[in-house]
Design a protein around this ligand. Structure first.
Ligand SMILES: [Zn+2]
Length: 170
């Protein structure tokens, strides 16, 4: 299972706890949870095949939010990429008109030190953010999946070898 903009969907995408029938094709499996999707129609879950083949675009169901709609990459994020595992709705970040790749929920191991962490925040991170506090709340060890995340999460993205992050809280 590979997505251009979402590195580890098996670990960091919201998925159903138990096998279910895909709301579009009916195939049974552990599929992407549809409760956070937006659109005129609610679906419970969507399988990998239906997601990657663009079935949600036909149904006008959106998995993610972008700032500018209407090009091929935006369509890929909005209709054919698992939702970001954030607490609040979050616009998929973009730098120099390129969408970033969501890597995982971050830990201290993702950064050489606190200074590197502080300098890697995205422009949309609020200036009043308490960076020292956030650094202290970062898990020491890399998380295996989103279930291991706490009530405050830092989301790690990449653009080539450059790292960026956003955060939010429950
Ligand atoms: Zn399906």
């Amino acid at each position: 299972m590979e997505f251009k903009y979402f590195r580890k969907p098996s670990n960091f995408a919201f998925r159903t706890d138990t096998p279910k029938g895909c709301s579009i094709c009916g195939m049974q499996g552990i599929w992407f949870d549809g409760s956070g999707f937006s659109g005129t129609k609610d679906i419970e879950c969507v399988c990998e095949q239906c997601l990657t083949s663009g079935k949600l675009k036909e149904l006008e169901i959106e998995t993610n939010i972008v700032r500018e709609y209407g090009n091929e990459d935006a369509d890929e994020i909005v209709f054919a990429t698992p939702s970001l595992p954030t607490w609040q709705d979050c616009v998929w970040p973009c730098i120099d008109e390129r969408f970033l790749v969501f890597e995982r929920i971050a830990s201290k191991q993702d950064f050489a030190n606190k200074d590197e962490f502080k300098s890697a925040h995205l422009p949309e991170v609020d200036a009043i953010t308490d960076f020292d506090f956030l650094w202290d709340t970062l898990p020491d060890q890399q998380l295996k999946n989103y279930q291991e995340g706490g009530d405050i999460s830092v989301y790690l993205f990449s653009n080539g070898d450059k790292k960026y992050w956003l955060w939010d809280a429950n």
